[in-house]
Write a protein that binds this ligand. Structure first.
Ligand code: 0X9
Ligand code: ZN
Ligand code: ZN
Length: 305
């Protein structure tokens, strides 16, 4: 059975998606944005008070990389907290009254399922192409943002394989199409990864600073301070290229260049002791502190609509 403090299998997450999305029709609905390579439906949950007019929105995704299980746990936590604190937490209430939050609980479902059944350290998608026996591409190298120019590999066997063309991975195409279709309402893009305790923003495909660099940095530092206030967990903020490494084709850079100004990549706990194998006992504290950072960004976006 599904638990917010465990790493749930895809099957459990899938039935959770069905039940949570029918639990409160005034606050949550779901839509399928396409299927994965292996045919699994990609559900996006829309959180927000039902309204007759179209609301500005935030897009949040988890599980771009298969082995980063704490990421996937966070999206489930976010949905739970949104539903359970709407009406009592003034910030969540005001956020969901004014905006919609689109949550993609697992971006790379095929890969995630594979990490549960075969190889815990799998990162990429599970797509195949004739001519190579190697499987999958790195979804966070497959977006159309300086594609495959830097920090990505054109070798299909590499863990950072950029794919055969931008958006060659159907999961990337489905998300990109959804965000393009909803471009006029998308005010923020937040993507959750692990690990290293970083809050990154564009760019990663170049060392050049983004036009909105100082504002993005200011908001990231505010969000990191909010996160740290709970348990003292320290995060470093900065542009991807200079803060972690240069790497082209990422979703954050792509969303930013599309016009979604507040574009952030979280790298959750820890700093390497457990790495991708973060114990389940850390799910709750990690998610609770991360909520504060995500809510900080959301509040800033809301205030500046
Ligand atoms: O390399 C990545 O895709 C991310 N780190 S991870 O360890 N989770 O794989 C960092 C992504 C930063 N943003 C871009 N490179 N665009
Ligand atoms: Zn990642
Ligand atoms: Zn809570």
């Amino acid at each position: 059975t599904h638990s917010y403090t465990k790493y749930n299998s895809w099957d459990k997450i899938q039935s959770w998606i069905a039940s949570v999305s029918s639990s409160n029709p005034n606050l949550i609905s779901r839509q399928v944005i396409g299927n994965t390579y292996e045919g699994r439906p990609m559900n996006v949950l829309k959180l927000g008070k039902k309204s007759s007019s179209t609301k500005p929105a935030i897009f949040l995704d988890c599980g771009i990389h298969a082995r980063e299980w704490i990421s996937t746990a966070f999206c489930q936590w976010f949905v739970k907290e949104a539903l359970s604190t709407y009406g009592s937490d003034s910030q969540m209430t005001s956020l969901l009254d004014q905006m919609d939050v689109f949550v993609l609980p697992v971006f790379n479902i095929d890969g995630y399922d594979y990490t549960h059944k075969s190889n815990r350290m799998w990162r990429k998608t599970r797509s195949r192409r004739s001519g190579s026996s190697c499987i999958g591409a790195d979804p966070n190298r497959n977006f159309d943002a300086g594609w495959c120019s830097l920090g990505a590999s054109s070798n299909p066997c590499s863990d950072t394989f950029c794919g055969y063309t931008p958006e060659s991975e159907i999961e990337v195409k489905n998300v990109a199409e959804f965000i393009r279709r909803n471009k006029s309402i998308m005010k923020a893009y937040i993507t959750i990864h692990s690990y290293s305790q970083l809050l990154l923003f564009p760019y990663s495909y170049t060392y050049e600073l983004a036009a909105d660099h100082s504002e993005l940095l200011k908001v990231a530092e505010g969000a990191s301070a909010a996160l740290r206030s709970l348990y003292g967990t320290r995060y470093t903020s900065g542009p991807g290229a200079a803060t972690i490494y240069p790497a082209a084709g990422g979703s954050d850079d792509w969303a930013y260049d599309l016009g979604v100004k507040y574009s952030y990549t979280f790298e959750l706990r820890d700093t390497g002791r457990y790495g991708f194998l973060l114990p389940e006992s850390q799910i709750k504290p990690t998610c609770e502190e991360t909520m504060l950072a995500v809510k900080y960004i959301a509040a800033y976006v809301q205030k500046n609509l």
